[in-house]
Design a protein around this ligand. Structure first.
Ligand code: G
Ligand code: G
Ligand code: NA
Ligand code: MN
Length: 250
C-alpha cells in the first residue's frame, strides 16, 4: 500500500509535525498548556490532518512507532516551555495496550527532563473497552509516576461512564459537538450542565472543547467550567517561537 510505504518513510525521515492548540483557564484566559495534534508534511500532498493517515497507521502496526515519536517530541517540546505549562498527548487505545507502553512514557520523560506532572495523556472511552490486563497495568504504571489521564470526546460514545468507573481519570474533555449547540439548544444546555455536575461530583477537571465564540465561553464559565480549548482561544499551530524566547530569557 502506497500510504503505508509513505508513512514508514515519514517516520524515518523528518515529515511528521506536532501542532499545538492552547488550553486556557475560562476565568481569565490564562494559558495552562497545549494539546499536541499530529500533522504530516507530505512531500507531494501537502500538510495532512491525522484523519488522512492515523487509521492506516493503526492497521499496519505502525501505531507504536508513531505514538512513540509523538510522545518523545511532545515531551521534548514541553520541557522547553515555561514551568507551569502542561502538555496533552493523544494516545491510541491499541498503543496503550501494547507491552512497553509505560516504559516508553518513562523514557520520554527521562530523556526530556519533563516532570511527569506536566504530562497528560488523552484517551478515548474505547480504551475502556480494551479492558485488557495490559491496559490497566499501563494505566496504573503511568499514573503512579504522576502522569495524568484525560478522557477525550466525553459524552459521545456508549461507555463513557464505564471508562470513568474503571480508569483513574483526572480530566474529562466535553466534546465539541455539545459545545457547538450549548447556547442555542436547551436540551444540549441541560446535558452539558449534567456533565459539569458529574465532573464536579467526581472531583474531575473539566475542559470544554471546540469553543468558537465568546457566547459559548461565557455560558460555560457561568456554569462552572474551569478550562477550555477552541478556535476562540487559538487554533492548532506550530510551536509558538515566543516560548523559545521566554524559556531562553528565564
Ligand atoms: O486537529 P485534528 O484534526 O488535529 O485531530 C483529529 C483527530 O486526530 C482527533 O481525534 C485527535 O485526537 C487525533 N489525533 C491528533 N493527534 C494525534 C496523535 O498524536 N495521536 C493520536 N493517537 N491521535 C491524534
Ligand atoms: O478528538 P480530539 O478532541 O483530540 O480532536 C480535536 C479536534 O478538534 C482536532 O481536529 C482540532 O483541530 C479540532 N478543533 C479544535 N478546536 C476546534 C474548534 O473550536 N472548532 C472546531 N470545529 N474544531 C476544533
Ligand atoms: Na484529544
Ligand atoms: Mn476531543
Amino acid at each position: 500500500l502506497q500510504l503505508e510505504t509513505d508513512l514508514r518513510r515519514a517516520l524515518d525521515g523528518d515529515e511528521l509535525r506536532l501542532f499545538y492548540q492552547p488550553i486556557v483557564s475560562l476565568a481569565d484566559e490564562t494559558l495552562l498548556g497545549y494539546e499536541a495534534l499530529i500533522r504530516w508534511q507530505h512531500p507531494t500532498r501537502g500538510l495532512l490532518p491525522p484523519g488522512a493517515f492515523l487509521d492506516a497507521a493503526e492497521n499496519n502496526r505502525l501505531t507504536s512507532r508513531l505514538g512513540a515519536w509523538v510522545l518523545r517530541q511532545a515531551c521534548t517540546d514541553a520541557a522547553g516551555w515555561p514551568a507551569g505549562l502542561r502538555v496533552h498527548v493523544n494516545v491510541s487505545a491499541r498503543h496503550l495496550a501494547e507491552p512497553g507502553f509505560s516504559d516508553l512514557v518513562a523514557a520520554a520523560l527521562d530523556e526530556s527532563g519533563l516532570p511527569p506532572e506536566r504530562l497528560e495523556l488523552e484517551i478515548t472511552e474505547s480504551t475502556a473497552l480494551f479492558a485488557a490486563e495490559a491496559t490497566l497495568t499501563a494505566v496504573s504504571e503511568v499514573t503512579e509516576r504522576g502522569v495524568t489521564l484525560a478522557l477525550d470526546d466525553f459524552g459521545t460514545g456508549y461507555s463513557a461512564i464505564t471508562a470513568l468507573h474503571r480508569l483513574p481519570i483526572h480530566t474529562v474533555k466535553i466534546d465539541r459537538s455539545f459545545v457547538a449547540d450549548v447556547v442555542t439548544q436547551p436540551s444540549t444546555a441541560a446535558l452539558v450542565h449534567g456533565l459539569l455536575q458529574l465532573g464536579r461530583g467526581m472531583g474531575l477537571q473539566v475542559i470544554a472543547e471546540g469553543i468558537e465564540d465568546l457566547d459559548q465561553a461565557e455560558w460555560l464559565r457561568r456554569h462552572g467550567c474551569a478550562m477550555a480549548q477552541g478556535y476562540a482561544f487559538g487554533r492548532p499551530a506550530p510551536l509558538p517561537s515566543r516560548h523559545g524566547a521566554l524559556a531562553a530569557e528565564a
